[in-house]
Write a protein that binds this ligand. Structure first.
Ligand SMILES: Nc1ncnc2c1ncn2[C@@H]1O[C@H](COP(=O)(O)OP(=O)(O)OP(=O)(O)O)[C@@H](O)[C@H]1O
Ligand SMILES: [Mg+2]
Length: 442
């Protein structure tokens, strides 16, 4: 059998699967690298030239989607294969969006694995061929990805532009799905630190007792299972940007250490007595109202002030409805080409419905609605391709809005009509005194 020289990195938090995959791939004569977490995978990717990444999706702490997104940005030509035990339509879409080319559903046979790996590696060769004529792949993906021309969004972009080249800590606040992560990426990729890594850590996804070790690293023997020295995310992001997502979920102990890391620019690994210098920019995000958390004593006030050297408030979509047509266009382009190989249009009735809705899930929700419509539609996208909940939202046309006083006057008139002009009866229904009713009528 010919010797395959390719390096394959497999990432799975389930040791059994990791070992099984490794054994099989070795049988096919590949060099195999194993990682039981995304963090471990990042270290291997940094030091080794990997030809194919195979990853699980569902993993504690940082999931496979994050890894795929990271790999898509930093190693655009490396083929990526996903091994998953939970196939679902939504999940599959997310996987494809994050840059994986193919995926394999557990359980799979040896033959299926072999085929998938060979197919993925072949694609890499095609890509390398193409790269010669296209010298620079996507350079600053995030900035270009953001669209919007409302004043509210313009203010966000202005601040992004101002902070992109310096190391000031930035806190991004906004409701779920407003684009906080995209803003963080824009800061990183458009600025001076774009050559360094962008590492996104979801503080809410790391169990409290592991947060310190994950962020700052640990030394051998620091706790059971710590069988070697390990760097944390702070060091992994050195020279680049560390994005601390859902910072409101960092536990109080870790908050104290974060404060120190930001102030002194040094960290101490768990179990160590010496501190180490770190050089990176920190961008944090939250959809909580941190001032409330401070009142409840679940967030440190001093850390809050440290983080908000620069504050970016990403407005909810309902406060920048004029961005909706542009966003819809963007998503029509993106998903039209991806799923239908052509650009789909949306008729004005459907667009009107999108402009009226209040979008509690913000841009993410809008994106999902457009994506679904692109998949469902068999012509220009119309009202019939939109989900029903958009159409049923109770909604006053602008011209029906009125001051409370006028509303009250109209209502009192109706009650009086019902009471056939009997003021005592009307006052009883309204639960006010006859005198009050008389005053109001005057
Ligand atoms: N201005 C924009 N232009 C185009 N797409 C956008 C814009 N803002 C956000 N999006 C898209 O909307 C989705 C949600 O954005 P993102 O993940 O950055 O939001 P978030 O605020 O971090 O959400 P969460 O609070 O749920 O973590 C993403 O798919 C992103 O690409
Ligand atoms: Mg986010």
């Amino acid at each position: 059998m010919a010797l395959n020289k390719e390096n394959i990195l497999i990432v799975d938090d389930d040791i059994k699967i990791l070992e099984l995959l490794a054994r099989r791939l070795k049988e096919f004569n590949y060099h195999v690298f194993k990682a039981i977490s995304v963090k471990e995978a990042l270290f291997i990717l940094k030091d080794t030239s990997i030809d194919l990444l195979i990853t699980d999706i569902q993993m504690p702490e940082v999931d496979g989607i994050q890894l795929l997104k990271y790999a898509k940005e930093h190693y655009p030509n490396m083929p990526k294969l996903v091994v998953t035990g939970y196939p679902s339509v939504g999940g599959a879409l997310e996987v494809l969006k994050s840059g994986a080319m193919d995926y394999l559903t557990k359980p799979f046979t040896k033959e299926e694995l072999k085929m998938a790996v060979e197919r993925a590696l072949e694609k890499r060769q095609e890509h390398q061929g193409a790269i010669i004529s296209v010298p620079s792949p996507i350079q600053q993906p995030a900035f270009k990805e953001m669209v919007g021309d409302s004043t509210a969004f313009g203010q966000v972009l202005t601040i992004v532009d101002r902070v992109k080249d310096n190391k000031a800590t930035v806190l991004i606040q906004g409701e779920s799905g407003t684009g906080k992560e995209l803003v963080a990426r824009a800061i990183h990729y458009s600025g001076k630190y774009s050559k360094g890594p962008f590492i996104a850590v979801n503080c809410g996804a790391i169990p409290e007792n592991l947060q310190e070790a994950e962020l700052f690293g640990y030394i051998k023997g620091a706790f059971t299972g710590a069988d070697q020295n390990r760097n944390g995310f702070f060091q992994a992001a050195s020279g680049g940007t560390l994005f601390l997502d859902e910072i409101g979920n960092a536990c109080l102990d870790v908050q104290a250490k974060l404060l120190r890391a930001l102030q002194e620019k040094e960290i101490t690994k768990v179990g160590s007595r010496t501190s180490e210098k770190v050089d990176l920019r920190v961008v944090a995000a939250t959809n909580m109202d941190l001032s409330e958390e401070i009142k409840k004593k679940s967030f440190r006030e001093d850390l809050y002030y440290r983080l908000t050297v620069v504050e970016i408030k990403v407005p909810p979509l309902r406060e920048r409805k004029s961005d909706i047509p542009l966003l819809v266009d963007r998503f029509l382009q993106k998903y039209g080409m991806e799923y239908r190989d052509r650009l789909l249009r949306m008729d004005s009735e459907a667009l009107k419905i999108l402009e009226r809705y209040s979008w509690p899930g913000n841009i993410r929700e809008l994106e999902n609605v457009v994506q679904r419509a692109v998949i469902m539609a068999d012509g220009p996208i119309g009202v019939k391709d939109l989900p029903d909940f958009l159409k049923y939202e109770i909604e006053f046309p602008e011209e029906e809005l009125m001051p409370l006083r006028d509303m009250e006057r109209q209502y009192i008139k109706r009650v009086l009509l019902y009471a056939e002009g009997n003021k005592t009866k009307a006052a009883k229904i309204l639960k006010i005194s006859r005198k009050t009713l008389r005053d109001k009528l005057d």
